[in-house]
Design a protein around this ligand. Structure first.
Ligand SMILES: [Mg+2]
Length: 223
């Protein structure tokens, strides 16, 4: 039976963070020019991906580590550099392959859609707006005061959609924040495999190689 709603994570699920970081790299490289004389864009990009850790590192620490990778340990303000990231990155946001198509497909089947994402409203809403992702409900962890895998962000989104957990599916890339979190509140969990270091363990989940694979689990009849 089809679900009444499908909820999605944002970063590395509907938003292709790796491609976005690549797109943002030239602007960041230029901003850091005073400290990076002679560092090629190619080398900068490779280092950027290595230090980024999928965005899970606070930006102040990330910027410090990034410059340290090039031997720069002083003479910069990590707060200013983090602010540059926060105010600029969303403009380069790129969608995950199949993101618009799966949202459209679900809508076409009368299935509601939601986005449940960690981080601040400022950062995440800017990406959602830039990508023009249309979902029936969006919950950003800052709004509920606690991050996934805590149940609150998931439950808040389900409440807004007026759907019970067992009627909903969740699609995300993070083994703990998404898969364990969604499963714990009673949703069926789909793991989008995106270079995550950890696989979900001890949890029932379905593996997706791409967002479009979700269509395989939907019946063609409208709910
Ligand atoms: Mg994610």
């Amino acid at each position: 039976m089809n679900p009444a709603a499908v909820l999605f994570d944002l970063d590395d699920t509907l938003h292709d963070r790796r491609v976005s970081v690549d797109a943002f790299a030239p602007a960041l490289h230029k901003h850091l020019e005073p400290w990076l004389s002679g560092v090629t864009l190619e080398l900068f990009k490779a280092t950027l991906h290595r230090v980024d850790h999928g965005g899970y590192v606070p930006r102040e620490i990330f910027m410090t580590r990034l410059l340290e990778s090039f031997g720069v340990t002083s003479g910069f303000d990590p707060l200013e550099l983090a602010e540059f990231w926060r105010s600029s990155f969303a403009a380069y946001a790129q969608p995950m392959r199949g993101a618009y198509e799966i949202l459209e497909h679900l809508r076409g089947h009368g299935i509601k859609t939601g986005i449940v994402t960690n981080s601040t409203v400022r950062l995440q809403q800017a990406k959602i707006d830039m990508l023009e992702l249309h979902a029936d409900a969006v919950v950003i962890s800052e709004q509920v005061g606690v991050k996934k895998p805590a149940p609150e962000p998931f439950l808040e989104c389900l409440k807004r959609l007026e759907v019970l957990p067992h009627q909903a599916w969740f699609v995300g890339d993070h083994a703990v924040n998404d898969i364990a979190g969604a499963s714990a509140v009673g949703m069926r969990a789909f793991w989008l495999e995106i270079e995550q270091p950890l696989e979900p363990v001890g949890i029932e989940f379905t593996r997706l190689e791409s967002l479009s694979d979700l269509e395989l689990y939907l019946s063609s009849k409208s709910t």
